[in-house]
Design a protein around this ligand. Structure first.
Ligand code: ADP
Ligand code: MG
Length: 260
């Protein structure tokens, strides 16, 4: 298999603070990869860089002939606003903007496809419900229906099963595996190692730097997991010393105050 997406010495920073450093490697066309690593490891940052929401500070991402709308991206739940007064059906049809065009209208065909997609995720009859009225699991099903409609070649999911009930997780995981069987390239951030080992042939283990990237069995070794954790502990400790100027001032004031 040839690489569909290649990372070359990729570094992504927030205001010059690197969140992921010097990542090199490739996602093969049609591969199914889990991204694993401790909190703050840079997993979400890496996905955002791959879809083009963040630009590399150093290095590059080679996406070959892929265009922006070849990527179907589901951000982490915390990044998704659910307060828009919009119905389930309209939310799903937003996945069809590729065919509708930026100012286009949704066709009757899009509405039919949206209904079919809702049927696949088990939400027939929910078309007119306000998205704010759904449970977390139901809302995640809606977002998967939208991805179905989008029909992208590359699908990136950021912790799609966090805080989602078991039944929904099982149903949506089946959909992820089906997408991969259809030949799509799937990259999913996951924190459940059992899920990773059971279903994902490839793993990218990240702790700001690459700990390992390749066959899941080899990458998710006890030694690598210990290493990833040790790296995370190092940056937790370092965070103590990285106070902003205001924080340092506050701390100095606190120190100077006499304990009477
Ligand atoms: P993960 O998804 O693995 O938990 P993230 O990619 O969200 O990690 O974050 C990696 C690092 O970048 C963390 O230290 C986080 O605080 C920092 N970070 C994430 N988003 C931003 C942002 N918008 N601005 C500044 N720092 C950020
Ligand atoms: Mg994250």
């Amino acid at each position: 298999m040839s690489d569909l997406i290649r990372l070359r010495n990729l570094t992504v920073t927030y205001e010059r603070h690197p969140a992921v450093h010097h990542i090199s490697g490739g996602f093969a066309a049609g591969s199914l990869t889990a991204i694993a690593g401790p909190n703050g490891a840079g997993k979400s940052t890496l996905l955002k860089a791959i879809v083009g929401e963040l630009r590399p500070a150093e290095g590059s991402i080679d996406r070959g002939a892929l265009a922006r709308n070849d990527f179907g991206y589901l951000p982490q739940a915390a990044d998704i606003v659910r307060r828009f007064p919009i119905s389930v059906a309209d939310t799903v049809m937003l996945g069809a903007w590729k065919s509708a065009g930026a100012f286009g209208r949704f066709s009757r065909k899009d509405a039919e496809r949206a209904r079919d997609a809702l049927d696949v995720v088990g939400l027939s009859g929910f078309e007119n419900r306000h998205i704010g009225s759904l449970s977390a699991g139901q809302f995640q099903r809606v977002l998967f229906a939208r991805l179905l409609l989008q029909d992208a070649r590359v699908i990136l999911l950021d912790e799609p099963f966090t805080a989602i009930d078991q039944r929904t997780t099982r149903d949506l995981l089946d959909l992820v595996l089906r997408w991969n069987r259809e030949g799509r390239t799937v990259i999913t951030v996951l924190h459940d190692f059992e899920q990773v080992r059971a279903h994902f042939p490839e793993t990218l283990l990240l702790a700001r730097e690459l700990v390992g990237w390749g066959k899941t069995r080899e990458v998710m070794s006890p030694a690598n997991l210990v290493k990833a954790r040790a790296m995370a502990e190092r940056w937790d400790e370092a965070a103590e010393e990285c106070l902003t100027e205001d924080e340092q001032d506050n701390r100095n004031v606190a120190k100077r105050e006499p304990a009477e």
